[in-house]
Design a binder for this molecule. Sequence first.
Ligand SMILES: [Zn+2]
Length: 86
Amino acid sequence: MSNRRTYEARGSVRGACGHSHVTLRAAVACCEKDANGCASLGGGAYSDRVVTLRTPGNGWDELTPDEIANLESEYMSARVRKERGK
Ligand SMILES: [Zn+2]
């Protein structure tokens, strides 16, 4: 059994993405992909998925403050990249 941390995008409405993302960046990208997919449906649809950390044997944990700070900077840089891409 691996002790490696993995991340998953989960939301109470959208459910879990079913992946085991090794990097926070990949999990953020998965959230964004789901958010974009929901937005493309129109009608105000949105994704409630957030990145969660899977701890082997302990289910799901909230991210540590450091990880949340990381996550926020990932979101920011993803938004900057998107805006510059237009
Ligand atoms: Zn995923």
